[in-house]
Design a protein around this ligand. Structure first.
Ligand code: IPM
Ligand code: MN
Length: 353
C-alpha cells in the first residue's frame, strides 16, 4: 500500500500563495510518479487574516499543525502590518511551539546559475548551514527601562542552555557523517567577545566531537571570518553549525552566493516531531499577483520536505529537475527576468519530475 502524508499548507502573504501553488504542483507530480499520496489541508495564517480578524494565530494552531506529517509554508510578512507582529506571532511562534530546533539551510549553486563569487562554480559552493532555531537573541529575553526618556535602556540577551546546544550539535555532526563529503563540521561563533555563550558552544562541540564523532573533523571560525571565507573560499565548507542569530545572518549571505532568494530553501526541523519547510526569501509584496516571482525556492523547500519524510528518490528527482531547468532554460533567477512566468517554471519542473 502506498503511504499517505498529511501536509499542512500555509501559503501566507504576498507572493507566498503563488510560489506555494507551484510547489504543490511539483509535489503532486512527484507523488504520482513515486507512488505516495498527499493529503493537503490549507490554513490561511498570515497578514490578511490578521487584518480581518485581529488575531495573529489561533490558539489552537500548534496543536492543529501537530496532527500533520509536515508543514509547507509560503511566506509571512505584510506591508500593512508593522514589522515584527507576524514574524514573531506566526513564524517564530510556530518554530518555538513545534520545537523545530534545527533550521537547515543548504547553500548549493546549481548549474547555469550566476553567482556573484568570482571564479566559483557548482563544485565550489555546496555546503549546509545548521542554524540553531530555538534560542539565542530570539528568545525574547530582555526589555526596556525608562522607555521614552533620555535615559532609556534597552536590553536583549542571547540565551542558550547545554541541552539546546547539544541537540543541535549532534544533528550537525550526524549530517556531516551522512553527507560523507569532507566529513568536516565547522562551528561558527564569536568566542573572542561572546565569552559565555560561545564558550559553552565551543566546549560542547569539542566534547561531543571527541567522544561521539571521532571520524568528523572539527573546525572553528569566528562569525566575521566565516563571512569572509564564505565569499573567498566557499569550497572549504561542508557543514557549518551556529547559533540562531549568526545563522540568520550568514544564511542570507549564503543564499546570495547560490543565486539569491529565488532559489534558497530551508527547513525548520524537529527530528522527533513536525517540521516546516519554506522558501527563505520572504513575501516580496511588490511582485504579488504578477506571476513573475521565482517559485524554485518553494519547489526546493518541497524537495527538502520529501527527503525528511523519507521519500529520498522523489526529492532527488525534484532537485534534478530544478538543476535541469537552471542549466538549460532559465535566463536568470530574479523575479520577472526568468524568461518564464511563475506558473511556467512550475510546469517545467513538474514535467521533468
Ligand atoms: C528567516 C527570517 C526570520 C528570522 C524573520 C522573518 C523573523 O529572517 O527565516 O531567516 O529571523 O529567522
Ligand atoms: Mn533571515
Amino acid at each position: 500500500m502506498s503511504k499517505t502524508y498529511k501536509i499542512a499548507v500555509l501559503p501566507g502573504d504576498g507572493t507566498g500563495p503563488e510560489v506555494v501553488r507551484e510547489g504543490v504542483k511539483v509535489l503532486k507530480a512527484a507523488s504520482s510518479k513515486f507512488n505516495f499520496k498527499l493529503n493537503l489541508t490549507e490554513y490561511d495564517f498570515g497578514g490578511d487574516r490578521y487584518l480581518r480578524t485581529g488575531e495573529v494565530l489561533p490558539a489552537s494552531a500548534a496543536d492543529e499543525l501537530r496532527k500533520h506529517d509536515s508543514i509547507f509554508l509560503g511566506a509571512i510578512g505584510h506591508p500593512d502590518v508593522k514589522p515584527g507582529i507576524l514574524e514573531k506571532g506566526i513564524l517564530l511562534k510556530l518554530r518555538f511551539d513545534l520545537d523545530q530546533y534545527i533550521n537547515l539551510r543548504p547553500v548549493k549553486l546549481y548549474p547555469g546559475v550566476e553567482t556573484p563569487l568570482k571564479n566559483k562554480g557548482p563544485d565550489d559552493i555546496d555546503y549546509v548551514v545548521v542554524r540553531e532555531n530555538t534560542g539565542d537573541l530570539y528568545t525574547g529575553v530582555g526589555g526596556f527601562t525608562l522607555k521614552g526618556t533620555p535615559n532609556e535602556v534597552a536590553m536583549q540577551t542571547s540565551v542558550y542552555n547545554r541541552f539546546q546546544v547539544d541537540r543541535c550539535l549532534r544533528y550537525a555532526f550526524q549530517l556531516a557523517r551522512r553527507r560523507n563529503k569532507r566529513k568536516t563540521l565547522a562551528l561558527c561563533g564569536k568566542t573572542n567577545v561572546l565569552t559565555y555563550v560561545y564558550d559553552l558552544w565551543e566546549r560542547a562541540f569539542h566534547e561531543m566531537g571527541e567522544k561521539e564523532f571521532p571520524d568528523i573533523k572539527r573546525e572553528y571560525y569566528h562569525v566575521d571570518a566565516t563571512c569572509m571565507w564564505m565569499v573567498k573560499n566557499p569550497e572549504w565548507f561542508d557543514v557549518i553549525v551556529t547559533g540562531n542569530m549568526f545563522g540568520d545572518i550568514i544564511t542570507d549571505l549564503g543564499a546570495i552566493t547560490q543565486g539569491g532568494m529565488g532559489i534558497a530553501a530551508g527547513g525548520n526541523i524537529n527530528p522527533e516531531g513536525v517540521s516546516m519547510f519554506e522558501p527563505i526569501g520572504g513575501s516580496a509584496p511588490k511582485y504579488t499577483g504578477k506571476n513573475v516571482i521565482n517559485p524554485l525556492a518553494a519547489i526546493c523547500a518541497g524537495a527538502m520536505m520529501l527527503e525528511t519524510l523519507g521519500e529520498a528518490k522523489a526529492s532527488k528527482a525534484i532537485e534534478n529537475a530544478v538543476m535541469d531547468i537552471t542549466a538549460s532554460k532559465l535566463k536568470s533567477l530574479a523575479a520577472g527576468k526568468m524568461g518564464f512566468s511563475t506558473t511556467e517554471v512550475g510546469d517545467l519542473v513538474a514535467e521533468r519530475v
